[in-house]
Design a binder for this molecule. Structure first.
Ligand SMILES: Nc1ncnc2c1ncn2[C@@H]1O[C@H](COP(=O)(O)OP(=O)(O)OP(=O)(O)O)[C@@H](O)[C@H]1O
Ligand SMILES: [Mg+2]
Length: 416
């Protein structure tokens, strides 16, 4: 029996891609005009029943179109929020439906590009969707499978993302470590390879921590205080003040939680805080972010600030908050960036150490580190890994596409 037509899909927290093997090489489809990756973002037009995805969705947000934007949906897998039905404009939906629509759009685009039908999918998955909660981790896989089935695939197989990246890496004799630091998770594969390409995976290991968590930390440290986080609120009854409750600010700093804040109840709470605030100007900003639905604009501003601060020699890295107020910016030096992220970067390096310990490989024995994922571009991470494995050369040429390339390569035999 011929193997079914299988599409390799890297469904990422921040970016996604899809591909197949052509003449023995990975071939990623143009998921958008001239682009082989697209932001994992969706936008529901107010009034229309359509859903826009990728750069088109981001554009709708930037242009201030009426509608609902969502990003980092992968982070909801395994959580109870995923299966809650909600009304999104005219339709009753859960987040499985939304992710399924996104995957269906990738499927359709791949079918149009290749003139064939894809009945099956080979999907990447983090080694651990949830590294602190085994039940949620198991549920996340069930959830992602349901997303693929609802998208119209008859069946789906999963492959660990760092192992997919390894498939797309040129073989070289020795011991190696793949480190994939994406938007939502950090994933590790320790491997041993022969010169002829024979590869043995010694261990794969995972941590739920990635670039969206960096954005969250930076937002909490550098932006949320301007919206009133930590500022004093007068008691409605009696004397004295209390600090504003953290919950709203923490959710506003968390990509996947932003849409849940746009409710009448949260807006009422924010207005109440503003009314009793000792510094009402700050809390008034919070009220307008919630009323004008600017949470994602702020998150994008933080993400851009992070990338600027990570650029060597940028003259004036900053988080540009003009979307909130004309001229409002927060300077973000590379030192401030590293200070805010130092605990998280250490955690990522600690887990690289753990992966090597589990594989029973002493770090100096590693010849090669393959760095993958957008967050691996963070200078502090490469520096730490270099220290951990002093004899390793660092490869990062295909950081943004290695996982998708590997899935494309493995797709042909996934159901064979
Ligand atoms: N130059 C850069 N410096 C620091 N971070 C960056 C840079 N470029 C991109 N990023 C970050 O990389 C992350 C996205 O990386 P990537 O596309 O690999 O994630 P993903 O595959 O979607 O997520 P995951 O694999 O965790 O599900 C984002 O958090 C983004 O802000
Ligand atoms: Mg990824």
């Amino acid at each position: 029996m011929a193997a079914p037509n299988t599409l390799g899909i890297d469904f990422g927290t921040s970016n996604s891609a899809a591909g197949v093997t052509v003449a023995g090489r990975p071939w990623l489809i143009d998921v958008e005009a001239g682009e082989t990756t697209l932001p994992t973002a969706v936008f529901f037009d107010h009034g229309a029943s359509s859903m826009r995805i990728g750069r088109d969705a981001t554009q709708a947000l930037i242009e201030g179109d009426e509608g609902r934007f969502m990003r980092a949906l992968k982070s909801l897998l395994g959580t109870p929020l995923l299966r809650e039905k909600r009304r999104i404009y005219k339709q009753e939906m859960d987040f499985i439906d939304i992710i399924a629509r996104f995957l269906r759009a990738l499927k359709t685009r791949a079918e149009t590009a290749t003139h064939q039908d894809f009945t099956h999918a080979l999907s990447g998955r983090p080694v651990l969707f949830h590294s602190q909660d085994a039940a949620r981790n198991a549920q996340a896989k069930i959830d992602l499978r349901d997303c693929y089935l609802r998208a119209g695939f008859a069946d789906v197989q999963f492959m660990y993302e760092p192992e997919a990246a390894l498939r797309a890496t040129a073989p070289e004799a020795g011991l190696g470590l793949v480190v994939d630091i994406g938007g939502g998770t950090s994933d590790y594969t320790v491997f041993e390879q022969q010169g002829d390409g024979t590869t043995r995976v010694l261990i794969s290991h995972g941590l739920r921590l990635g670039g969206t968590d960096f954005d969250r930390r930076l937002s909490i440290d550098h932006v949320m205080p301007l919206l009133g986080r930590g500022s004093a609120i007068r008691n409605s009854f009696g004397q004295g003040t209390l600090p504003a409750p953290n919950r709203i600010f923490n959710d506003l700093a968390t990509w996947q939680m932003i849409p849940f804040l746009y409710s009448a109840d949260t807006r009422r709470k924010a207005r109440d805080l503003a009314q009793h605030a000792v510094e009402p100007a700050k809390l008034t900003r919070l009220v307008s972010v919630l009323e004008d639905e600017l949470g994602h604009d702020v998150a994008f501003a933080v993400e851009r600030g992070k990338i600027l601060a990570n650029q060597p020699d940028h003259p004036a890295p900053r988080i540009d908050l003009k979307v909130l107020e004309r001229g409002l910016t927060v300077p973000l030096s590379s030192e401030a960036l590293n200070r805010s992220l130092s605990d998280q970067v250490s955690e990522i390096t600690d887990h690289a150490t753990q992966a090597l310990t589990l594989a029973e490989i002493a770090p100096p024995r590693i010849n090669r580190i393959v760095l993958v994922g957008g967050s691996s571009l963070l200078d502090a991470i490469a520096t730490d890994l270099r220290q951990l494995c002093p004899n390793a050369r660092i490869y990062n040429a295909n950081a943004m596409t290695a996982v998708a390339d590997g899935l494309a390569l493995a797709s042909a035999s996934a159901f064979a």
